[in-house]
Design a protein around this ligand. Structure first.
Ligand SMILES: Cc1ncc(COP(=O)(O)O)c(C=O)c1O
Length: 398
């Protein structure tokens, strides 16, 4: 199938690139530490094809809801290869996860209560640390004043209280430690600070964690940015300073670093119009497909002009999406060849928080193809109106 024959909008996953990003990440961990495991952050892009790809590569699944846990099981992940995170785990799923040897990172007070009520012993329980914002430069993180939402603070005693609460359900001297920290810059300094902090924490509580989970938030697959090997070189050079961490299992759970750079969104210009103020280009893509948080201020893109004819340059063209929202504006092109209906705009590196994030708003989530050695395979078909109707009415419950 040729790209030009495919109806837009659609996402296109580059399989080779996904393989390369995943291999590079695994190698980057392995060349710095002996015991490592990589898991994939399912929420970043939960497309079943991607989950099966990761499973086949021996990558684990990191999930943050009962639904994601079920999805990972449906994609044939062994429960032993699931990392169960997040503050909202249900009792039934938590019980199953503990019994079946998933990694379980406790994140909230309700998590603690549920885990206590399960009363199951496991040697794969961890606690997420609420990392003090003061460890970081204010340009690297948000919430410098209010701090992060997740995990338990050492500083106010809640980490210690959590340890005491679960002392009958695991060996708290070997409790796992989860350290994910959202940073704006994905800077090496963030990981340096986290590694130094965890060394201090394990020394303070005299624990030898069965694992350290450094979470996600890494760069990956973007030329010129920090590589996985550079991150793990910094992390391991710090954690190896204390004998308590020398035999620990190192986990990471990246999402964007694996999938972000491997996906394109292909769209078509459907209308060109001049208002009294501007040239408006309406396309069949939307900002909800590639920027559902409405925060991006630019995209990597390419344009394929329909007929190859020479175009005059247009001073300003506002590229808009198909939704009936005035602010569905993707970008402004300045002094570019004028666009015409039928031209294609292709957005690159849009694999994270995109194809499974935007909802069925006005139109339904686009088709997804995978490109393996120039062979295109349809791996998700756009929902039909009848399907939308069925799952959004009581009929779906019958
Ligand atoms: C706990 C946890 N792990 C992993 C990730 C994945 O992060 P990223 O996609 O930036 O690698 C996130 C994202 O917020 C997260 O909250």
């Amino acid at each position: 199938m040729n790209n030009n024959d495919i109806e837009t909008p659609y996402f296109l996953i580059n399989r080779d690139l996904l393989q390369q990003n995943t291999d590079t990440f695994i190698e980057g961990m392995q060349c710095n530490w002996e015991r490592v495991k990589l898991s994939y952050s399912v929420k970043t892009n939960s497309l079943p094809w991607i989950l099966r790809f990761m499973n086949q590569k021996g990558v684990m699944a990191e999930v943050v809801s009962d639904e994601e846990y079920d999805l990972a099981i449906m994609c044939d992940f062994n429960p032993e290869n699931i990392v169960f995170n997040g503050p909202i785990k249900g009792k039934e799923h938590l019980e199953f996860a503990l019994k079946n040897n998933s990694y379980v990172n406790i994140d909230s007070e309700s998590d603690l209560d549920v885990i206590q009520s399960c009363n199951i012993y496991s040697n794969r329980i961890g606690i997420r640390l609420n990392i003090p914002p003061a460890l970081f430069s204010s340009k690297d993180i948000e919430y410098t004043e209010d701090g992060f939402r997740f995990g338990f603070s050492v500083e106010n005693g809640s980490f210690e209280r959590a340890l005491k609460k679960i002392k009958n359900q695991c060996d708290i001297k070997k409790i796992g430690v989860h350290l994910h920290c959202n940073s704006i810059t994905r800077s090496l300094n963030v990981y340096r600070a986290i590694a130094e902090y965890v060394v201090a924490v394990v020394d303070k509580y005299k624990i030898e964690p069965c694992y350290l989970d450094f979470g996600g938030g890494f760069f990956g697959g973007v030329p010129g940015k920090t590589t996985p090997s550079e991150y793990f070189n910094v992390i391991t050079s710090i954690i190896k300073r204390t004998p308590r961490l020398r035999n620990t299992l190192l986990l990471a759970e990246p999402g964007s670093a694996l999938i972000g750079s491997t996906v394109e969104l292909h769209t078509t210009v459907v209308d060109v119009k001049d208002t009294n103020c501007s040239r408006i280009i309406t396309t069949d893509g939307s900002r909800i497909h590639i920027d559902p948080l409405w925060i991006k201020n630019g995209y990597l893109y390419s344009i394929s002009y329909k007929d190859g004819e020479k175009r005059k340059y247009e001073e300003k063209q506002i590229i808009c999406g198909y939704t009936c929202m005035d602010h569905d504006r993707l970008m402004v092109l300045m002094n570019e060849p004028e666009l015409k209906a039928g031209d294609k705009i292709i957005y690159q590196r849009v694999g994270a928080y995109s194809m499974t994030f935007g909802g069925p708003f006005i139109r339904y989530l686009p088709d997804v193809y995978v490109d393996s050695n120039n062979e295109l395979q349809l791996v998700r078909r756009r929902m039909k109106t009848e399907e939308y109707y069925r799952i959004n009415t009581a009929q779906s419950m019958q």
